[in-house]
Design a protein around this ligand. Structure first.
Ligand code: DX5
Ligand code: ZN
Length: 218
């Protein structure tokens, strides 16, 4: 089994210097940078838009993964694609009625489409969108805030999604996990079928981010 891809979430960094914080995380060993885009509607918090994402993409040479926790993702995908994000992930729990079409739209913009599943969302949807997604993001917290407790009951959902993707011939599609990821659960998540570990507070609140990132590369 190859080592997990570590995608630090920069949500907990100083929002006045997200581009330089991302560049430092790349030096510290990050494989991707994970952007938590929040609109104050889908989740209570408001973070940043495509302009900031563009500065971040310009500051790093690793893939940037935009996690859109927004109510109307269709309106935003073009901006994040133009900003240079490699992955654009949307939520089926948003008010978007045509998730299938928006996933296709992300691919047409030249990016890799992702679908994020909240803890209460059934994995069944993956059977119907498998041809359209390159990434499935399993939420192991309810989106909105960093530093929440990891919901380990979601490990079973990782196994189920892996099975659905493989049955659809999408062995190449990757599973990412987001929420409360740290060195105590990283190995179990990879064993369940995750290949990308998104981790926010565990990395950004650590006095030694290089060591924190290395401890997740299981
Ligand atoms: C939750 C976000 C996560 C989160 C990760 O809404 O999608 O990316 O900030 O932070 P930790 O690792 O602290 O749960
Ligand atoms: Zn996220």
């Amino acid at each position: 089994m190859s080592k997990a891809i570590i995608a630090p979430s920069i949500l907990g960094c100083n929002h006045g210097e997200l581009a330089s914080a991302s560049a430092e995380l790349e030096i510290d060993g990050a494989d991707w940078i994970h952007l938590d885009v929040m609109d104050g509607v889908f989740v209570p918090v408001l973070t940043f838009g495509a302009g900031v994402a563009s500065s971040i993409c310009g500051a790093v040479s690793i893939p940037v993964d935009a996690h859109l926790m927004v109510d109307k993702p269709a309106d935003l995908i073009e901006g994040f694609a133009k900003a240079g994000c490699r992955y654009i992930t949307i939520h089926p729990e948003s008010s978007e009625k045509h998730i299938h079409r928006v996933l296709g739209g992300i691919r047409e913009l030249g990016c890799s489409p992702g679908l994020a599943l909240n803890p209460a969302t059934s994995p069944e949807i993956i059977r119907w969108v498998a041809p359209l997604v390159d990434l499935v993001l399993i939420m192991t917290v309810n989106p909105g805030y960093g530093g929440q407790k990891h919901i380990s009951a979601m490990h079973e959902k990782i196994r189920t999604v892996r099975k659905f993707l493989n049955e659809a011939g999408r062995n190449d599609a990757i599973i990412s996990v987001d929420g409360g990821v740290d060195s105590s659960n990283a190995k179990k998540l990879v064993k369940a079928g995750a290949s990308v570990l998104v981790s926010g507070s565990y990395i950004t609140s650590s006095p030694d981010r290089t060591a924190a990132i290395a401890s997740l590369k299981v």
